[in-house]
Design a protein around this ligand. Structure first.
Ligand code: GLC
Length: 452
């Protein structure tokens, strides 16, 4: 019997991911009880804090300065087109008014459905909605103790007894009930981000967890049934499943290969997303000092798009509900840069692989607009030589102020201009990097059909 879903997949896949690949840039938000200890979202696991002791954070979770419209405005100004927010992280606490557990924002001093207000605010600013949902759950009584669970160091007999009373099938049903709530009660959900599988992380004879534990097949079928256009990520431990590949805290020189929807072994990933933190933790972390510089933040965004991917940068709001000053400073840098350079990101992707980039530069390409963008990471002296672009360019300008950039070029195979490479283009730059933007971009208006 022909598999109809597969038969119609390629065309359908392109349509489903079109908005995502246009958007390119999004905001990740990690917010939960871990904002109170303000160290790391894994603190309950790292410090092996049993549920009764972790409960003090539930009792004190009172985000009195929570203003999701401010979050949403900040994201839009930064040039972001979608948001992915933790509905529930590994600690098990739920930001929405779920009927499946009492461990939720409505029962904490917050006393309200924080998810609903957040989604309303982001939609009002025109952003697409993504929900992060943790497959791990250190609070749920049926979630078996494993390598990451806070109770993993219980004495043998107690550990065995504790696990004997736990039932992962009941937990998998709980997840389906929660995902059903999220996909049916909160408007259009554009994307769902499951996190994560670890089948090879055993502990004291206890196995890691993967597709059989989550009942991943049932879970993804449920998503497809309830909300066929919702994009799904690739962390359910189902080879080939999902719509996009997730690359975490990496800067890729080459586009990733494989992933869900790959068209063959070793082929470039068709759809992928790079996620990053501003600093070492995903949650608000008061004393964390390893903050990425604003310039590096920009560079990571550009690099992902230049290799055909999306980029989401994470904010961990404080327990009072605010973005802290260090995050704001970086979000402002995105806002300033995107305000003038956003058209080198939105709707753009990788340039053809056959076109080598000048050194210390990255290309992004808007195929529909027929424009190529040169992101200059490190200012060169007076000239910038671009191999392979001879006779392909009509006009060049700095993107941030539309000031002309003069150039000379050679026809393919010729070198009438000795300062340009054969078949190349030489751009004449000011000696000093122009002010007005942290990382300058040159916009090349291409001759029709010159890059395909
Ligand atoms: C890692 C972190 C987790 C975070 C996720 C986001 O898996 O451990 O806390 O939510 O990355 O990609």
């Amino acid at each position: 019997m022909p598999d109809e879903r597969n038969a119609s997949a390629p065309q359908r896949f392109e349509d489903r991911v079109a908005w995502f690949q246009q958007a390119r840039f999004g905001m990740f938000i990690h917010w939960g009880l871990y904002a109170l200890p303000a160290v790391h979202e894994w603190i309950q696991s790292r410090d092996k804090i049993p549920g009764d002791r972790y409960g003090k954070y539930f009792e004190r979770f009172d985000p009195d300065r929570f203003d999701p419209r401010d979050w949403a405005r900040t994201a839009r100004r930064a040039g972001m087109r979608y948001v992915v927010i933790t509905t529930k992280h590994h600690e098990g606490f739920c930001l929405w008014d779920t009927a499946q557990t009492d461990y939720k924002a409505t029962n904490s001093p917050a006393g309200r459905d924080l998810l609903r207000e957040t989604l309303d605010a982001f939609r009002a600013e025109g952003l697409r909605i993504g929900l992060y949902y943790s497959l791990l759950d250190w609070h749920h009584p049926d979630f078996t103790i494993d390598a990451f669970h806070p109770l993993r160091d219980l004495p043998d007999a107690e550990l065995a007894a504790a696990n004997a009373g736990r039932d992962m099938r009941a937990y998998a049903a709980y997840m389906r009930a929660q995902v059903t709530e999220l996909l049916t009660g909160y408007g259009k959900i554009d994307l769902i981000w499951f996190d994560f599988s670890y089948p090879r992380n055993g502990w004291r004879g206890l196995p890691g967890k993967g597709r059989d534990d989550w009942q991943s097949r049932e879970l993804i079928d449920l998503v497809h049934r309830l909300s066929p256009d919702t994009l799904v990520n690739d962390r359910l431990d189902l080879p080939g499943e999902g719509d996009f590949m997730t690359i975490e805290q990496k800067q890729l020189d080459e586009p990733p290969r494989g992933g869900p929807q790959a068209t063959g072994v070793g082929t470039v990933a068709r759809c992928w997303e790079n996620c990053h933190t501003f600093s070492g933790a995903w949650s608000y972390s008061r004393d964390e000092m390893s903050w990425k510089t604003p310039k590096l933040c920009l560079q990571l965004l550009i690099q992902a798009v230049a290799r055909g991917g999306n980029f989401i940068i994470n904010v961990g709001p404080t327990a009072r509900g605010q973005f802290d000053s260090r995050a704001r400073e970086r979000l402002d840098a995105y806002a300033d840069w995107m305000y003038v350079n956003g058209r080198s990101i939105h709707g753009c992707g990788a340039a053809p692989e056959t076109l080598p980039e000048p050194s210390k530069c990255l290309y992004t390409w808007n195929r529909a607009a027929n424009r190529l963008y040169i992101h200059i990471l490190d200012w060169p002296y007076i000239t910038l030589r671009c191999p392979g672009l001879g006779r392909k360019v009509e006009y060049a300008q700095f993107l941030h102020d539309a000031s002309e950039v003069r150039f000379s070029d050679n026809a393919p195979g010729e070198q009438t201009d000795p300062t340009s490479p054969p078949g190349g283009l030489t751009l004449y730059l000011p000696e000093v990097q122009p002010g007005g933007t942290l990382l300058p971009v040159i916009e090349l208006f291409l001759k029709p059909g010159s890059l395909g």
